[in-house]
Design a protein around this ligand. Structure first.
Ligand SMILES: [Ca+2]
Ligand SMILES: [Ca+2]
Length: 371
């Protein structure tokens, strides 16, 4: 039976998932059940810090034991695509205990915007811990109405700069507006201050934060082993992108996209405007990407240097191979559930978080080579 037939039957019966487990080269072990998980990162002791979108941070062991929600999380504006978002550790976490969280902050007059706070994580002897002195060090500017396209993914560069993906809040034009930090990737010092060697530093204000522009909804941001920054972003109607993010470059949204507006209005494709940076990979039809991870572990040696992107709408895990600056989709695993986030574990296993799915919650899964 082909995939279309399976999908149709599933829609008719009950909306069943179509995970193609027999074809997977890995075993996927469910480790923990979570409530609207969004992001995770490994602590030096091998446990996971996991965020849940309504505003919880949990410590979870590799065996699946969950802590109580940690106190000290900032108040989040929960709803639509927003709430608590990403979690990353400072590169010197082992000496300074600094943790960064992204989340949605309410503003005046029904407006809101993403923010990033940092504070310290203290661990107790009972498997739990607390966040202390969480202080906002960056905000989307301006705050606008609506509850979409916050993006708010965070990544540290190998040389210690803080990069934040800032979505265009479903407002299109801000991605090209240099007076706003929406639809941009921004580059900051670890305390939120602006490096004076940023490409637009001499223009001051939020413009000085901007590293790259013309982005839409960036739900993955990661450095590869060569120190290059990549992002994936949701296209409008189709045209999802994997971009190599370069200093000062314009990625063209909403002037160009290999997708088109949901209204049916066409957006010229990238090849019509070569002055804008084109994606290294684009997807038509869409995969609806969630998360971005580069793999360099030993458990799956053939996949060293590959990237993994979760598929939300496509309910898949997409493996991407690279050749210099070129990239291509190499393989797609049908997972049967929306995939929000991927991380490499200390032993080289691949850990993934399923997205919330109509009240089913989302699971933490560990992928290891098939036995
Ligand atoms: Ca992560
Ligand atoms: Ca187009």
């Amino acid at each position: 039976m082909n995939r279309l037939s399976v999908t149709l039957i599933c829609i008719i019966i009950s909306g069943c998932a179509t995970a193609d487990e027999e074809s997977w080269p890995f075993d996927a072990t469910p480790v923990a059940q979570l409530n609207e998980p969004w992001a995770m990162t490994f602590l030096p002791d091998g446990r996971l810090l996991i965020t849940e979108k309504p505003g919880r941070v949990l410590i979870v062991t590799q065996g699946g034991e969950k802590s109580e929600p940690l106190p000290g999380v900032p108040t989040v504006d929960y709803g639509g695509q927003g709430g608590l978002g990403d979690v990353v550790l400072h590169p010197d976490f082992e000496s300074n205990s600094l943790v960064y969280l992204s989340f949605v902050e309410a503003g005046a007059d029904d407006t809101r915007g993403a923010a990033v706070a940092r504070g310290t994580l203290t661990l107790d002897d009972n498997g739990g811990g607390a966040l202390r002195d969480m202080t906002v060090i960056w905000r989307q500017d301006p705050k606008v109405t609506g509850r979409g396209h916050y993006s708010h993914r965070i990544a540290f560069s190998p040389d210690g700069y803080l990069f934040i993906a800032s979505g265009e809040r479903q407002k299109f034009d801000p991605a090209q507006d240099m007076k706003m930090n929406l639809g941009k990737v921004v580059r900051l010092h670890d305390d939120g201050s602006v490096p004076d060697d940023n490409p637009f530093a001499d223009q001051g204000g939020v413009t000085a934060q901007i590293w790259s522009l013309g982005h839409r909804n960036l739900l993955g941001l990661a450095f590869d082993s060569k120190g290059r920054l990549w992002n994936q972003e949701m296209g409008p109607r189709h045209g999802d992108e994997l971009n190599l993010v370069k200093r000062g470059r314009n990625y063209g949204y909403p002037i160009v996209s290999n997708g088109d507006h949901y209204s049916g209005e066409e957006i010229p494709d990238h090849d019509t405007r070569p002055e804008f940076e084109a994606p290294k990979v684009f997807w038509v039809p869409a995969i609806s990407p969630g998360g971005l991870m580069f793999y360099d572990g030993d458990l799956f040696p053939d996949w060293k240097g590959n990237a993994f992107i979760g598929g939300l709408g496509s309910m898949s895990l997409v493996r991407v191979e690279f050749d210099g600056e070129d990239a291509r989709e190499a393989e797609r695993f049908e997972m049967g559930r929306r995939i929000r986030e991927e991380e490499q574990g200390p032993d080289g296993a691949i850990w993934i978080l399923e997205d919330e799915d109509e009240g089913q919650g989302g699971r933490l899964l560990k992928l290891t080579p098939k036995t």
